[in-house]
Design a protein around this ligand. Structure first.
Ligand code: PGA
Length: 211
């Protein structure tokens, strides 16, 4: 079986006490799957106790310093090994551009973080140093309508051909029910579920069902 990456994205959900309950109810036994959970900054210290890798969902484009409200790569690295950069919600609601995202990617690399870089298609610029690309068509995110596995595979083939990145995953309405159809595709190295990572039993079932 090929090694898979399953990266849950909690987005702006859960308090510390809700995350403790999630942890108590989350069990996994897979070995060929790298499970990463990307949580809000406020939950990184709580979720460090879990039996999975941890990620942040954003990073400051600056080093530490006089940048009120920002969380630097060095701060994230104390708790997590991964960071999501360029999620479509950051692009849409916070006006993040390819230039800004390239600065964030530089900061992540210099802090020693591994990067999951989200793109909505195969024409979006991908900065150097990205570890995993996540292909996430905007219309499929949170809509309950996923991309077809065959289309996702062919977009990912194209992304890999155009970039230096060898690992690429699919995101957009992935569930325990449809995950295997994506992971059996030859070019797809895993998935990035949002909504389906919020419930510990559903997330564990999704991991179990990935082939
Ligand atoms: P979804 O979100 O699984 O809830 O569609 C995926 C994402 O936005 O990363």
């Amino acid at each position: 079986m090929k090694p898979l990456i399953i990266a849950g994205n909690w987005k702006s959900n859960k308090t510390a006490s809700e995350s403790e309950i999630w942890l108590q109810n989350f069990r996994i036994e897979r070995t060929n799957v790298t499970v990463i959970l990307c949580v809000p900054f406020t939950l990184l210290s709580v979720m460090k106790k879990g039996s999975f890798s941890l990620g942040a969902q954003d990073i400051s484009p600056f080093e530490e310093g006089a940048y009120t409200g920002e969380i630097s790569g060095k701060m994230i690295k104390e708790f997590a090994d991964w960071v999501i950069i360029g999620h479509s919600e950051r692009r849409k609601y916070f006006g993040e551009t390819d230039d800004l995202l390239a600065k964030k990617a530089e900061r992540a690399k210099s802090a020693g973080l591994k990067i999951i870089y989200c793109v909505p298609d195969d024409t979006t610029r991908i900065p150097a140093g990205v570890d995993v690309v996540a292909y996430e068509p905007v219309w499929a995110i949170g809509s309950g309508k996923s991309e077809t596995p065959e289309n996702a595979n062919s977009v990912i083939v194209s992304i890999k051909a155009k970039s230096q990145v060898s690992m690429a995953i699919y995101g957009g309405s992935v569930t325990a029910e449809n995950v295997a159809a994506f992971t059996v595709q030859p070019a797809i190295d895993g998935v990035l579920p949002g909504g389906a990572s919020l419930d510990p039993e559903k997330f564990a079932a999704l991991i179990r069902n990935a082939k």
